[in-house]
Ligand binder design. Structure first.
Ligand code: ASP
Length: 343
């Protein structure tokens, strides 16, 4: 009897989780399982071709391609998904194009307040920092919290102190100033003063949060997200990006997820974890789970945004309910980059 139970347990342990299938053009369906993969986003929102200059379009595509190349090189050389996610996100944080690190949006008080998180799908370890204004690469701060502290989430001055103790690059808060983001804040403040209108769909509010998920040759999934949050945020508001289960989640049994959009909705709907939970408990494919959360749950509730996700087979989902999302993926077979809907 004991022998039969043992054999049954062995059989169950050897079963692969439910496979994922392709149900929209926004996903990949890897018939031949790639031995590594990475997917990234650079924010979702009212990104319309008609509002884009050819130069801007090219600059974003180049930045996305360069970011993917970093991850591709690390993963194809047999590096870890942790390293790929950190290096790729750090590169995007250093680019003024994205709302993270150097290109972060401004708070109501004219400051930059940064949030980031990382999660390891192998052991469900995670780290996050929120509300920091002098950490050059917040994703590295999040990683340090995961690896070097017994905590998951540090915020404000304490998080800054911890990052300094960990010898991370600390910069003058002025480092994060960009004219473009400053002008966005000024337009919003002027509009609020004249109309009292807070239209968070206005492109000045956000857009440009970055995220990455990697699957390495060892089969480990790591997800990370980094942001400056939403323009004109007040009262030390922290959004979904550093909240594990909301903006970021990873589990080797299912998938890794990084979100972007109106953070309050992503927190309330525990979006990143919900995608993983639907795969784990309801046997949904990655694309089915992502579509259900972004289009059937968030959309009717008024939550705009999107996510990128990667499952244990290297299948990719890049799902959003906005006009566009800076996005791309890479694996050993191909690299793909897109901005608008229907491309
Ligand atoms: N989710 C981010 C936040 O709410 C903003 C964004 O992704 O654009 O802070």
């Amino acid at each position: 009897m004991k022998y039969i139970i043992y054999l049954s347990l062995l059989f169950l342990a050897c079963q692969e989780p439910v496979p994922s299938v392709k149900i929209s053009e926004a996903s990949t369906d890897n018939k031949t399982k790639p031995d590594f993969a990475m997917v990234i986003h650079g924010g979702a929102g009212t990104i319309l071709k008609k509002n884009m200059t050819p130069e801007k379009d090219t600059a974003y595509r180049k930045a996305l391609n360069d970011a993917l190349e970093i991850g591709h090189r690390i993963l194809s050389d047999g590096g870890t998904s942790t390293d790929a996610v950190i290096q790729t996100i750090a590169f995007m944080e250093d680019s003024p194009l994205f709302n993270s690190g150097k290109g972060a949006v401004f708070t109501h008080d004219g400051k930059n307040s940064l949030d980031a998180s990382i999660m390891n799908g192998k052991d469900l370890n995670a780290g996050a920092i929120g509300g920091v204004s002098n950490v050059k690469n917040p994703i590295k701060g999040a990683y340090a919290v995961m690896e070097e502290s017994e905590h998951v989430f540090l915020s404000g001055k304490g998080a800054e102190e911890f990052c300094k103790e960990q010898s991370l690059d600390i910069v003058d808060p002025k480092y994060f100033f960009t004219q473009k983001r400053w002008d966005s804040l000024q337009r919003i403040l002027a509009k609020e003063a004249s109309t009292g209108d807070i239209d968070t769909e206005n492109p000045d509010y956000k857009y440009g949060t970055v995220g990455a998920i990697a699957l390495d040759k060892q089969g480990n999934i790591v997800a990370g997200t980094s942001t400056g949050g939403m323009t004109n945020k007040r009262y030390d508001r922290i959004g979904d990006s550093p909240v594990i289960g909301a903006g970021t989640y990873a589990n080797n049994k299912t998938c890794g997820v990084s979100c972007t959009g109106h953070g309050e909705f992503f927190i309330r709907y525990a979006v990143a974890h919900d995608v993983s939970a639907m795969m784990e408990y309801a046997g949904k494919s990655l694309e089915e789970a992502a579509t259900e959360v972004i289009h059937k749950k968030l959309m009717p509730a008024g939550g705009s945004g999107g996510l990128v996700a990667l499952d244990y087979n290297g299948n990719v989902s890049m799902t959003f309910n906005t006009a566009g999302m800076y996005r791309g993926y890479t694996n050993k077979n191909e690299t793909y980059v897109a901005i608008y809907k229907n491309e």
